[in-house]
Design a protein. Structure first.
Lengths: 428, 428
């Protein structure tokens, strides 16, 4: 007999084979109701007394039975059981927390300690359905727009992107690093003739922050493209991708979005505002001072409020960051010296993207490296590509957990990682 | 003017905008021919003397011109140039090696030293088109068969899978490891109620081997599924995926396969042979002795020859590995004590997969850990899931670079990695 998923059940005169976990047991003595949970949904099983002998919550079972109508059951059907077999035993005194309740009040750290139990809670699992479809949309959009997927190394030779925030690896008794981002490699792949590339891969930040919005290992959705005019090409692409992504989520995740009470925007038009202008507005409207060349988290939240009111947008591109606040490879705006052709994207008050046009001229790049008091020889692997006709190019990256978190309005980024890594957490 | 890719060029009365790199220059004084290369192909440009002034091989350029018929040009068209602009300068005395030749005789190490130049060689780039489509087929197949994609951590707490072959990471002054495989985590995700999962991610092996078939950082295509009958379910799935993959490659990569002179199998039926039987055959037919509980690389090559002759198959599943030669979580065959429900898949004489059914019972698993003289507390993060109804399950993994290498019959696995990492190589 072929196994049927719960979501595909229909009333029939033939028996079906179901598999899953015991989500709930209601024992009335002569009769018992079990809620069976599989990856697709939950269904009520009607059992006789003997059939549930020894059955405990979260046992995994195989069930054979007949699908019948029952107006009172959810979706109007239930399964009359002819046999139950326990295929996965349980070995607990007490569950670490309830799986059956949709309203889960267990603290996040306890949930993460027993991650494979908390993931059984349908509302928790729903986060990763949405995350999967965000990734699917990313891959689908960029592949269909002539971008090629790449895998670049995560073990790298030198801490070129800011050594202090990088994890070190013992690589056959040499000191190596975990890549903070595929920045240099994705640029190199543009230069290698791939022109337009994307990567879905882990990035590592040894930041000491332990906040609701930082992870030390996260999935970065990276994009880099050659032959651009300027950074506005990049913002156009990202905006278009986001439109596509929300459309895709509407089609594939309507139930999950409903579970979280969130809606995706019907229209997306993202305002682009110079950083200085945003800082000025924050000061004038909210009395909020910003650090030089940036906006802090409180400022981002206020900015969201302002942008939402004025433009009805959850997103805003901040542009024209000063040269001193951006990495050395960022292209300076020849029309506005001291400022770069770079941007951040703020989504519901959280930065989810940094992007911009990069320097493509070999000599200019060397100058900037030297000017930043870094060693040219550390960048030899990167500079080599720039000798052979590097075209104007740029790109951006989106943090997968951050965008998931903000789409679903989760309060902690750890909820959007299957097995989050932070300064304290290395398990499970 | 919108940029047009070379592969989409058609004769027209309107000018087109092209972008790419200078692949070849033939200067006849009064007239010059340039081969322009973009990510999609190569086309001949017809230029006047002045237009090529200062132009060098591998400059990136923007070209405006008219597409004309020319029987002598490849594909019967060429572009009469009205303007050329250099957008990416060159800064070299001499190219490290020729990019324009299809027959590339430069040594592999030199090519890898200048990876972004060797990737410009169309035949080298073709490898990654094929690799992308293998990955696409993997994702497409498993997604459409109800598997969910997961991302599991690569920084892990303990060297549970064999400490000596793992890279260590300094994780905020704690000793952590780079995961050798997502083995434990993909099993845990089955137990977390996802039932059927796949992962595309890096795996790290600190093996000291420096051979044509080993990489220290490679992309692992991992599969794990719950509620299986036994390991034959897993071999069925892998075989079906491979059929799908070859069909997909035939549709998407016919040119690339032709470039390498390889064909994909029309039919795929993979023989399944117990290890002991294969060892016996090797001894009797070729006088080849095998190590206990395994077949060495010479044996694998001879086995391929034998299987090819007898079954007309490039693949063979080897089954029934002894318990002593498999990891402690491998399920023993109750009908054949001492042997496991595990398998390897050998493709053209190279192991590309290890798989099998895993132990799902908490007590049995604890016994095996203790029996293997390992510490239970190191496995607490893993064992926790097994207390709560872990169903029978199993899975397998395919090395992306290995399968790419064998499909295209490359002689060294480094050719199938954009930026390979081996015991000597950490750059570029």
């Amino acid at each position: 007999m072929e196994r049927v998923y719960i979501k595909d059940l229909e009333v029939s005169e033939e028996e079906v084979l179901l598999r899953g976990w015991v989500h709930k047991i209601r024992d009335f003595g002569h009769i018992a109701f079990i809620m069976l949970r599989d990856k697709s949904g939950i269904i009520q099983l009607v059992c006789e007394k003997e059939q549930i002998k020894g059955l405990r919550l979260e046992n995994s079972i195989e069930v054979v039975g007949l699908v019948k109508e029952n107006e009172k059951a959810s979706k109007g059907i239930e399964v009359e059981v002819s046999s139950i077999e326990i295929v996965g035993k349980t070995y607990y005194d007490k569950l670490p927390f309830e799986v059956q309740s949709y309203k889960n009040k267990t603290g996040l750290e306890t949930q993460l300690d027993h991650r494979t139990i908390s993931l059984r809670i349908p509302k928790v699992k729903a986060i990763f359905k949405v995350q999967n479809e965000i990734e699917e949309a990313f891959k689908g959009y960029f592949k269909s727009h002539d971008f090629e997927q790449i895998h670049t190394p995560k073990i790298i030779n030198s801490g070129t992107e800011g050594g202090s925030e990088m994890f070190t690896v013992n690589y056959f008794n040499r000191r190596a690093f975990l890549a903070q981002s595929p920045q240099f490699y994705k640029q190199m792949m543009v230069g290698a003739g791939f022109e337009k590339v994307f990567e879905i891969g882990y990035a590592y930040r040894a930041e000491l922050h332990n906040t609701w919005r930082h992870l030390n290992e996260y999935v970065s959705l990276d994009v880099e493209m050659g032959f651009i005019k300027d950074e506005s090409d990049l913002m156009d692409v990202e905006e278009d991708f986001l439109r596509y992504m929300f459309e895709h989520l509407k089609e594939t995740c309507s139930e999950e979005l409903k579970l979280y009470g969130v809606e995706v925007p019907e229209e997306l038009k993202i305002p682009r505002i110079p950083l200085a202008e945003a800082q000025k507005m924050l000061l004038e409207k909210y009395g909020k001072k910003s650090p030089v060349g940036n906006i802090d988290h409180e400022g981002e939240a206020l900015l969201h409020k302002y942008i939402k009111e004025k433009y009805n947008s959850d997103f805003v591109f901040l542009t024209e960051y000063p040269v001193s606040k951006r990495p050395m490879y960022t292209m300076e705006d020849e029309k506005k010296p001291g400022f770069t052709k770079s941007f951040d994207l703020i989504y519901k008050g959280l930065e989810i993207t940094t992007g911009g046009q990069r320097i493509h001229d070999y000599e200019m790049l060397k100058e900037r490296i030297v000017g930043a008091k870094m060693k040219l020889e550390d960048f030899a692997f990167y500079l080599d590509t720039f000798k052979y006709g590097m075209p104007p190019h740029g790109g951006f990256a989106i943090g997968l957990e951050r965008i998931t978190m903000k789409v679903l309005e989760l309060s902690n980024i750890r909820e959007a990682a299957l097995f989050p890594r932070d300064i304290k957490r290395l398990t499970p």
